[in-house]
Design a protein around this ligand. Structure first.
Ligand SMILES: [Fe+2]
Length: 465
């Protein structure tokens, strides 16, 4: 073959050389942990693009590597985009873990194993003081807080991460490749500590299917709403999106509301509230905010706060329910800012002359109006010492392609502290009476720009009086 022929032969091979060897579709990726709610357990979730078996091999840190094996299941997830991309979501539940012990693990099958990761099984003592990082609205593009969160998580600063809705921007895009990339991106956090989630508006496409399929939260609602306990806290995760995407079923709103009532009722039984006195909620869209946009929380008649009157039957909001059951702290996101509120109820800090409480009786909403004259701050000097209403935190500035939001220059009286810096919140439930919150500014290289202690000598509805 002459040189010209040889060159032609090489050129004809060029497409093959460019395409190269296809990836190994049995290799695990997007590894993440979640807590299934049972003491001594942990769920490992990951993705492969071909069907494989689902195993986790694990061992106590320092022990013989991978001496234990747990088997789980894979479920097929077909994205609803044009390409109908398929992937397998693997779930393995580890049980019988020693509380507070550190384990090393990898996941996969004989056809491919993940890297090695480690986690500490959650301490199941009610005197445990768990440390959380929490935020919402973290995307693939401009995920500004992510590097700091990765380092701090790997340094062992957190026991749990709470992601309060809005992931990836958006998981369904590019035939769910954006979802894949996001899950790869958070593996450096979520493979080390339980990554607990709730849905946001950016998950709504195809009826939240990427969210429902990719995460593994406790309960049987496909991660839409659930509750769990840690230390002296009962933590409730909910979907505020049931108030906005009625096309996916108004009945979901009522189902969740009924579940919330039952869950709060149970959590308030004296024997339960005595050991888990803190009730903390997390939901994506806040009831209150002072941002300069037209979001639900900027309006007095917020759907989340006051419900909807344009549905049949009319839909109850969450503020009265949470107040009635003595919810202590409410965590929100959606606004790409940080805002801390004074203890607030009925849009007021100082007094609420009139309030109506809704309840569900035999499937219909009943309304009970009460008259209240009171101050919700614990006192002018120490507003969070025995507050008389829930404390709201809005933390949606982790970083995403939509950048940060702007504030309204004239906030209402309940707005205590605001920041448009990128960042996230740290929370520690120290004991039955003390809870600490602080805001980290990533723009200011990790500086703590706000902090409060919420101190409650009494919890529950009666503590408001
Ligand atoms: Fe949002």
């Amino acid at each position: 073959m002459g040189p010209a022929h040889a060159a032609c032969a090489l050129l004809s091979l060029a497409p093959l050389l460019v395409l190269g060897v296809p990836p190994i579709w049995t290799q695990p990726e997007q590894v993440h942990l979640s807590y299934p709610g049972e003491s001594g357990s942990m769920v490992v979730t990951w993705t492969t693009f071909n069907k494989t078996e689902s195993y986790v091999e694990y061992s106590l840190m320092g022990g013989r590597l991978f001496e234990m094996t747990a088997k789980g299941e894979a479920s097929l997830f077909v994205d609803s985009g044009k390409e109908k991309r398929k992937m397998f979501i693997h779930r393995v539940i580890l049980t019988g873990l020693k509380p507070a012990a550190t384990y090393v693990y990898h996941c996969g099958s004989a056809e491919g194993w993940s890297d090695i990761f480690f986690f500490t099984a959650l301490n199941n003592s009610t005197s445990f003081s768990p440390r959380f990082a929490l935020y919402g609205d973290l995307g693939n593009e401009n995920p500004q807080s992510l590097a700091r969160l990765q380092k701090e998580t790997q340094q062992g600063m957190y026991d749990v991460i709470l992601h309060i809705g809005d992931f990836a921007y958006d998981m369904h895009e590019d035939n769910a490749r954006i979802g894949d990339e996001f899950m790869r991106q958070i593996q450096s956090i979520a493979a080390y500590v339980p990554y607990m989630t709730c849905p946001g508006n950016h998950e709504a496409t195809y009826n939240f299917s990427n969210y429902r399929n990719r995460f593994s939260m406790p309960g049987n609602t496909e991660s839409l709403w659930y509750s769990w306990n840690l230390g002296s806290a009962h933590i409730i995760s909910l979907s505020t999106e049931v108030y906005f995407y009625l096309e996916f079923g108004l009945e979901l709103l009522f189902k969740q509301y009924e579940w919330l009532m039952k869950d709060l009722e149970e959590a308030n039984k004296p024997e339960n509230r005595a050991v888990r006195p803190w009730i903390i909620t997390m939901g994506h869209r806040p009831m209150y905010c002072s941002d300069d946009d037209q979001d639900d929380c900027t309006t007095f008649d917020s759907y989340v706060r006051r419900g909807r009157n344009d549905t049949k039957p009319s839909a109850p909001g969450l503020e009265d329910l949470f107040y009635l059951y003595g919810v202590d702290v409410e965590l929100w996101a959606h606004e790409h800012t940080y805002e801390r509120l004074w203890p607030v109820y009925g849009d007021k800090v100082s007094s609420s002359p009139h309030s109506c409480i809704y309840s569900l009786c035999s499937g219909s909403v009943t309304e009970m109006c009460v008259f209240l004259f009171k101050v919700f701050n614990g006192s002018k000097e120490q507003p969070y010492l025995n507050p008389k209403a829930p404390v709201h935190i809005i933390t949606g500035s982790a970083g995403c392609r939509e950048r940060t939001d702007r504030f309204n220059p004239n906030p209402k009286e309940w707005s205590a502290f605001r920041s448009t810096d990128y960042g996230y919140t740290r929370m520690q439930v120290v004991n039955a009476t003390h809870l600490y919150l602080e805001q980290v500014s990533d723009d200011q290289y990790g500086k703590v720009i706000d902090s409060i202690w919420v101190v409650k000598e009494k919890h529950g509805y009666s503590s408001w009086f």
